[in-house]
Ligand binder design. Structure first.
Ligand code: ADP
Length: 250
């Protein structure tokens, strides 16, 4: 039998652990914000070179500045992901739930990626069964979900691929289901159980794109689950992948 002293001891240990986790999370947040400020300063300096505010550059100089700019952008993305993970994993941070039209949100996200898709001659097809589907969600967080899934679909596709996005209500009208289907590199069976793990990147993904972080899907799953939803995928290596998100309509 556990006596009262042992319960009290466990309670105190629990409190101490919570304090350590909170302090760690604050430290990540402060460091990430400081890093982002410095990276932004670098970004604007490089921009001045790219916009020729500091004079003309040779072709070679331009190439190096472009490379530095792109690497800096990757770092900014990584830091943003760190901040997001910290926020989404901390259940004490409340999301800002509001009525949002999901059809409009997905459409808006796809438009943001139009240029990136064009660069790879990728066709994006959006199929919607209704003009609007209203759900209660944190708009900024949900935007990140569809940004991550769309970005991955483009990134892990070959040139001239097609991405099909479908959005519809479930048969009982209680959920909205979104699927994002690409015909890209796919996911090998041995990697399937790791896909939502923090920092995991499959070998075929690393080959295709060196600079990913392996943080996007981890964050995406966190956000979807904090909305009472589910995320899963079907994939065949070399053929393509479909990610599914189901969210409750309230
Ligand atoms: P990142 O794309 O930065 O590597 P993510 O967390 O978004 O990180 O994805 C984790 C891993 O899941 C990727 O590295 C890749 O192996 C796999 N993956 C995600 N989306 C796709 C996709 N559409 N097609 C093939 N593999 C994917």
């Amino acid at each position: 039998m556990i006596n009262m002293d042992e319960i009290e001891k466990l309670r105190q240990e629990n409190e101490e652990l919570k304090k350590i986790i909170d302090e760690k999370s604050d430290l990540i947040s402060i460091s990430a914000h400081q890093l982002r400020t410095s990276l932004s300063a670098i970004k604007w300096t490089l921009r001045m070179f790219m916009d020729k505010d500091l004079g003309e550059m040779t072709k070679e100089q331009e190439e190096f500045i472009n490379k530095a700019f792109n690497s800096n952008q990757d770092m900014i993305k990584l830091v943003n992901n760190l901040l997001l993970i910290n926020k989404t994993a901390d259940t004490a941070v409340s999301f800002n739930f509001k009525d949002v039209d999901l059809v409009e949100l997905v459409n808006h996200t796809l438009l943001e990626f139009a240029d990136e898709a064009k660069k790879k001659y990728t066709e994006i097809k959006f199929h919607k069964s209704e003009e609007s589907i209203i759900i209660s969600c944190d708009k900024q967080m949900m935007h990140i979900v569809f940004q991550n899934l769309t970005e991955n679909a483009i990134k892990y596709s070959h040139e001239k691929g097609t991405i099909n996005i479908n959005i519809e209500k479930s048969h009982d009208g209680k959920n909205v289901e979104i699927s994002i289907k690409d015909d890209g590199i796919g996911i090998e069976d041995k990697d399937k159980t790791n896909i939502f793990n923090k920092l995991f990147r499959a070998n075929n993904a690393i080959e295709k794109d060196h600079d990913g972080s392996g943080l996007g899907l981890f964050t995406t799953k966190n956000i979807v689950e904090r909305h009472g939803g589910k995320i899963w995928f079907e994939s065949e290596a070399g053929k393509g992948t479909t990610f599914y998100v189901s969210l409750p309509i309230l």
